[in-house]
Design a protein around this ligand. Structure first.
Ligand code: ADP
Ligand code: ASP
Ligand code: MG
Length: 413
């Protein structure tokens, strides 16, 4: 059994829907296929914009009810196109299918998938065309999995059905050393480890949704990223790090522009104060990254700054201002003009010079670094949004990522 997923650009128009149907039909000649489909083109953006025209902060339950309609249109059209070309197919929504999620609107996690109905349709010789991105709560309300969540639907279905592989079809030929739309010389990676991909996805490589990668890693599902417009291209395969023959210090450079920076200044220095501030943010379900605490002379107060998703900025700012008045902090600053540029590589921890070289290269280009954070396999710098794409190209050039370093034993500069 094979799960195939087609993203928004792959089903943007009638002609593209027909192209997708022919890819699915070919796969269906080999064995049972479940196809997961996203909303057509920019439909989800359009629906989001509509909601914000009606309300400044749309009710999340209703927002999910609205957003899920995009996928409902595309599954019906793809199933129609398949039937039209002689491949038996049936479309299903998450509700019909039985994809149960938590009751957390706009970023729900899947808790259970009932495969009974899919199996029945497959046994009857159908291709099942399933709506990505959506779920239902145990009470029957519609939820969504967060932007880009159709990848997660596809991998979760592959896990639940015990599929042999999950193919993610998109508008590029696989995972590259950087977004090929930003860095024209970016190189296609034939294979990438789950760990590297997870880190890249978390810091901006939207080619795969991080939760899809997490699930694939946990269950060892081979995920292939392939091009809808060049379906015979092998693309990129995700593997366990221990199955890979090569390890490279730097596998890719990413940029995340959905970022904002907040700072709370002159926070009284006493035990428990950080817990109080970040507890207030957690209560509002705001995820925080890159926390930096800097002390003032005299040691009585600290400044704390951190990054959040740009879409969480207003919620976070309100919660932080309340926390500032409760804790006796002086005031709160917000900065929307930021983007996070990261290098990711499983071999980074053995190359302590990578960070220094990255900072120096950005400095030589006159790009100011506003914040820095590192993990074992990642170095991230927050820079001004207008510098972000240039920074990605500078770092990509610095590590010669356009050149192949994939041969075993090669030593990447
Ligand atoms: P889909 O609609 O198929 O889900 P997405 O827009 O979510 O497609 O993801 C594909 C896009 O991801 C590409 O068009 C590309 O611009 C972007 N991207 C970002 N980083 C990378 C990367 N490292 N490799 C490939 N694509 C990337
Ligand atoms: N249609 C949804 C979005 O645009 C889900 C997806 O495409 O993966 O975010
Ligand atoms: Mg996507």
């Amino acid at each position: 059994m094979l799960v195939q997923k087609f993203g928004g650009t792959s089903v943007k128009s009638v002609a593209r829907i027909k192209n997708v149907a022919s890819i699915i039909a070919r796969a269906a000649e080999e064995g049972p296929v479940v196809a997961v489909v996203s909303a057509m083109g920019d439909t989800t953006d359009y629906l989001m914009k509509l909601a914000h025209q009606v309300s400044g902060s749309p009710n999340r339950r209703e927002l999910d009810a609205l957003l899920a309609t995009g996928e409902q249109i595309s599954v019906a059209l793809v199933a129609m196109a398949l039937n039209e070309s002689g491949t038996k197919a049936v479309s299903v929504t998450a509700g019909q299918l039985g994809i149960t999620t938590e009751s957390v609107h706009t970023s729900a996690r899947i808790v259970d998938i009932n495969t009974e109905r899919i199996r029945r349709y497959l046994d009857d010789g159908n291709v099942v065309v399933a709506a990505g991105f959506q779920g239902t709560t145990p009470a029957g309300d519609t939820t969504t999995l967060g932007r880009g969540g159709s990848d997660t639907t596809a991998v979760a279905l592959a896990v639940a059905l015990g599929a042999s592989a999950c193919d993610i079809f998109t508008d590029v030929s696989g995972v590259y050393t950087a977004d090929p739309n930003i860095v024209p010389t970016a190189r296609l990676l034939k294979e990438v480890s789950y760990e590297e991909m997870l880190e890249m996805a978390r810091v901006g490589a939207q080619v795969l949704h991080p939760r899809a990668v997490e699930l694939a890693r946990k269950h060892g599902i081979p995920v292939r990223v392939r091009n809808t417009f060049d379906p015979n291209h092998e693309g990129t395969i995700l593997k366990g790090a221990d199955e890979m023959e090569i390890s490279r210090p730097v596998s890719g450079v990413t940029v995340d522009r959905d970022q904002a920076r907040l700072a709370i200044l002159k926070v009284p220095d006493r035990p428990g104060v950080a817990g109080e501030i970040f507890g207030a943010l957690a209560d509002q379900r705001v995820s925080v990254d890159m926390i930096i605490q800097a002390f003032h002379e005299g040691g009585l107060v600290n400044d704390i700054s951190f990054t959040v998703k740009r879409s969480d900025l207003e919620t976070a700012r309100t919660a932080l201002e309340e926390a500032a008045s409760r804790t006796g902090a002086e005031h709160v600053l917000a900065d929307e003009d930021v983007a996070k540029v990261s290098v990711v590589g499983a071999g980074l921890m053995d190359h302590p010079d990578v960070a220094a070289r990255m900072f120096s290269a950005l400095g030589r280009e006159g790009i100011n670094i506003k914040m820095i954070s590192t993990s074992e396999i990642r170095i991230s710098c927050v820079v001004s949004d207008e510098d972000a794409e240039r920074a990605v190209r500078v770092v990509h050039d610095l590590f010669h990522l356009d050149e192949a370093h994939d041969e075993p034993d090669s030593d990447q500069d």
